[in-house]
Write a protein that binds this ligand. Structure first.
Ligand SMILES: [Zn+2]
Ligand SMILES: [Zn+2]
Length: 140
């Protein structure tokens, strides 16, 4: 992922929620865990690691949902109460960082993952495309 110094903006699908990220993200992770597959309804999810202090909600409110991850950490998912789009995840285990769903950014053209995790539940047809990335069978 190339370093980004510009301000990043994004929002949910219905327009209720808008946010801004003012600092350079720390990395982009592809997650193949079964919880992410279920949450996105897709093959995998991406998480853009962002410093909590760099994230600001510009418009709308978020609802949250908590689940216990395989790591034992309590994960909070924050989403638009109207359209249900997941905006970011947080955990008390990593209080200074959040994981933004980068598909909610307005400009997604620069996104390039740095690594992939939970490859043990990766869908088999994805293997070729993601092969060059460092791979971890579980959390990393
Ligand atoms: Zn919405
Ligand atoms: Zn996951």
């Amino acid at each position: 992922m190339s370093p980004v110094t510009r301000i990043l903006e994004g929002g949910c699908q219905c327009g209720h929620v808008r946010y801004r990220i003012s600092g350079a993200p720390d990395g982009l992770v592809v997650c193949h865990c079964s919880a992410c597959q279920r949450q996105t309804g897709s093959a995998f999810a991406m998480s853009l690691i962002v410093r909590k202090q760099d994230f600001a909600l510009q418009q709308g409110t978020l609802k949250s949902f908590t689940r216990v991850a395989d790591s034992g950490n309590r994960l909070e998912g924050h989403f638009c109460p109207d359209c249900g789009v997941r905006i970011f995840h947080s955990t008390a285990a990593v209080p200074d960082k959040i994981r933004v769903r980068p598909g909610t950014l307005d400009d997604r053209s620069w996104l390039k993952p740095d690594k992939q995790i939970w490859t043990r539940s990766r869908q088999p047809w994805l293997a070729a495309e993601l092969k060059p990335l460092p791979a971890h069978e579980g959390q990393a």
